[in-house]
Every structure is written in structure tokens, then in C-alpha cells.
Design a protein around this ligand. Structure first.
Ligand code: ZN
Length: 261
């Protein structure tokens, strides 16, 4: 079998989780027959990391165990750490410009507005403190590559490697492996947020003749167009814009899209 990324045959294989394990990838949602070679799997670890960054807070909040069943924690989000102490979720929010160590063995790095749009406030109410924090989804610069990676691998999962082997998808391989001009995706907000993953079998777009993938990651819906010119995505954007009932329920990530050649 050839690797879906480098298209090489007979290379050492490895188990690839289609959704990062730390976010709670369903057990059967893996490649283990050589669809992804070891070298590409290792190389793309930092792309997966972008998903973990963006969804770490949500997965911690929902008590999702980390890799190999370890207790939930937050350890990659700049300015925020969290751990479970005696069964209680404990957060450490650092709004300073320097690292802070709340206890031995834990150092909270300063927040980095360039990597994460994290904001927080603390208010004293009687003898308790009310802490609020908010963050934006989609700020990590590898986030869109990571979403394309999930969409592409899930297409191979549902339809077989042969469905995405052709050179009409080489631009996706190039983008996920090496980056380049950001390819936008559409994000839809659910009426009621519930942490779960759900990936739907890809559909072939009538506009481009190539696959378009709808997937729910950590409770948010993403639409990823695997065509070079993103024509199906832009058509969907236009129809969402035309219909005011969708106002505030969707966004394009990144918001300032540039057309892709
Ligand atoms: Zn490979």
C-alpha cells in the first residue's frame, strides 16, 4: 500500500489516529495498514499539535483523558494550565508577561497573543473569586492545515486510499505537509455545544467534481473543500451570506480570505 502523503510504497508503517488521540479519537478511527508511513506520521505531528492547541480547553473541560488514558490536563496553551487535583478541575491563568509558578513542578508561561487569543479576568465576590476566560478558535497558524489533514485522511478512510491517490489532490498533500497560502474553511456553531466528534462520508461537489468534507470536531462543525480553487466552499459562503437566518452562526477561517490559485 502507498502512503497517502508521500505516495511511497513499502515504507515502515505506523498507526495513525485520524483525530488526535489526546482529543478522544474514536478507537476504530485509525489507519494501521500502511495508509500513512512512519516518516510522514512523525513529520505531521506538529500539524496535529495545532488541533490540540485549539481544542485543549474544551477537551479538558469535558474530562477527555490524554494519550494512553492519562488524566486530563491543559499543558500546551500559552498563559493557561489546568490539572485535576483531588477530583477538582484547577485552572491557572497567567496574564503577566513573564512565567509564573503556582506550585512546585508547575510553571505557567505567559500568554502569547500571537499564538492564542486568550483573555481573562478575575473578580473577588465575598470570599470566592470569579474567573472568566475566553479564547478564539482558529488563531493557530497551522489550524487550517490540521483541518485539511483530518478531512483528507477521513476521505481515504471512508472511500479507500485510491479515492485520493490522484494528482488532483496533490495540492492538498503539499499544503498539509509543507504549508503555504492558507486555505480557508467554514466553521458552523451548534445551537447547543456538546463535545463530540463526528465525521460524515465525503461528498463529491457538483461544482468542482472533487470531495468536500463535513466534520464535527469537539462539537464544532467544519466544512473543508479539497478542490484547488475552493469553488464549492465559496459558493456555500455566498449562500450563507444571502440567508440572514444564518447570521452569527458561521464564520470563514481565516476571516480575511485570499483566493487560492
Ligand atoms: Zn509517507
Amino acid at each position: 500500500m502507498i502512503c497517502i502523503w508521500c505516495k511511497r510504497d513499502g515504507v515502515p508503517i505506523s498507526v495513525e489516529h485520524i483525530i488526535p488521540e489526546s482529543l478522544g479519537c474514536p478507537e476504530a478511527f485509525v489507519f494501521s495498514k500502511g495508509e500513512v508511513c512512519q516518516k510522514c506520521n512523525n513529520k505531521l505531528g506538529n500539524v496535529d499539535q495545532a488541533l490540540l492547541h485549539e481544542f485543549e480547553v474544551m477537551s479538558f473541560w469535558n474530562g477527555i483523558p490524554r494519550k494512553r488514558g492519562k488524566t486530563p490536563k491543559i499543558d500546551s496553551f500559552p498563559g493557561l494550565r489546568a490539572e485535576v487535583i483531588d477530583g477538582e478541575k484547577t485552572f491557572y491563568l497567567n496574564m503577566e508577561k513573564y512565567p509564573v509558578a503556582p506550585h512546585a513542578g508547575l510553571k505557567v508561561p505567559p500568554r502569547n497573543a500571537n499564538v492564542m487569543a486568550l483573555d481573562g479576568s478575575m473578580q473577588q465576590i465575598g470570599d470566592t473569586a470569579k474567573i472568566e476566560f475566553s479564547f478564539q478558535i482558529g488563531k493557530h497558524k497551522k489550524f487550517n492545515r490540521a483541518l485539511h489533514k483530518v478531512a483528507f485522511t477521513s476521505t481515504a478512510y471512508f472511500l479507500g486510499v485510491s479515492a485520493i491517490e490522484g494528482q488532483e489532490y496533490d495540492h492538498i498533500r503539499e499544503y498539509v505537509l509543507h504549508g503555504g497560502k492558507s486555505r480557508p474553511v467554514i466553521m458552523l456553531r451548534p445551537e447547543q455545544h456538546e463535545y463530540h466528534h463526528e465525521i460524515f462520508p465525503p461528498l463529491k461537489s457538483e461544482v468542482t467534481g472533487l470531495y468536500i468534507v463535513r466534520m464535527v470536531l469537539c462539537g464544532l462543525t467544519f466544512i473543508v473543500d479539497l478542490s484547488p480553487n475552493l469553488a464549492a466552499l465559496f459558493e456555500l459562503e455566498s449562500s450563507l451570506k444571502r440567508d440572514s437566518q444564518y447570521n452569527g452562526w458561521w464564520s470563514m477561517i481565516p476571516p480575511n480570505r485570499a483566493t487560492c490559485e
